[in-house]
Ligand binder design. Sequence first.
Ligand code: NI
Length: 173
Amino acid sequence: MAILPILTLPDKRLKQKSLPVEKVDATIQQLMDDMLETMYAANGIGLAAPQVGVFKQVIVLDVNDEEGKRNHRPLMLANPKIIRMEGTLPWREGCLSVPDQVAEVVRAAAIEILALDRHNQAVRVEATELLAVCLQHEIDHLHGTLFIDHISALKRSIILQKLKKKASEDKEK
Ligand code: NI
């Protein structure tokens, strides 16, 4: 397994749309394993392939359990598609590609998705609470959408300015 570099704003590649996977083969399984290792190393709870510069519809997630510990039953999914959304749920979100920034986003409270699992089997996942929020956030990445695209233009521009400033400071170092 390998830890992959994570793209961060203002990198424009984060706006790129990802293509569906034809089959979850050994190459995609390797990608899923590397993404999971990368996510754990960065203390994230979800990661989408475009965040590591791979424009394929692959996401990995592992949300915390009640004690705040990893349940180590990660979801590794290809071609996730939301087939049902119900209710609304505001949630304070962050993103490994938008470092140190959080904002409240209103998501669906309950969702149902179809996807392929690590063994190329079709799976149906029902989710509420944090898992539902995280799935919607990661699926958004596959369409080039970030959580800041769901907040007000003013809040978004403040976050973007901060990240652009940080990127130019990092370049000067
Ligand atoms: Ni994210």
